[in-house]
Design a protein around this ligand. Sequence first.
Ligand code: GRF
Length: 193
Amino acid sequence: LPIAILISGRGSNMEALLNACDAPDYPAEVVAVLSNNPDAAGLDIARAKGIPAHAIDHRPFRQDRESHERAMDRALREAGARIICLAGYMRVLTPFFVKAWSGRMLNIHPSLLPKYPGLHTHQRALDSGDTTHGATVHLVTSGVDEGPVIAQARINIRPDDTAETLSERLLPKEHALYQDALRQFITDQASVL
Ligand code: GRF
């Protein structure tokens, strides 16, 4: 199934998905990587792997968020994408875009949702005295970091953990989780996708 990945920065989850898609038995192929940020390091990683990767900068659109997302929507459809994976895409999407890709857009979030939607999830888990933390892949709906959970990965919080050590330890779990969750999603939804 042709998929696209939306990024804003480093792109390590994107890279993990690209690597997963290299396997001949993986049910997805990446037809496009898009970033709202022209300086996203992930764009170069994708290009180095021969994946079409483009920035559609949100800044020239000023306050017109929907026009920016209509431009992205056009590019994604031209590329033939059928599923979108958000991977560190740092903008809240408009109702237009969420509706256009309803049931076909996944996100990875670094917390055990419904705990800690939004930013600074690692620090918030520490501040709450949690003993476990994790990441969630979920379908994107209109609420930020809401939407049906597809899969979660869990790690234990150690007494000496900081937000940095937690994020470092969680990241490889995110990479494994996202490719497993996408495979599971495509397999389960095959009849409607
Ligand atoms: C990850 O922690 C992801 O869960 C969150 O943003 C971060 C993106 O990192 N949504 P990367 O760009 O994939 O390296």
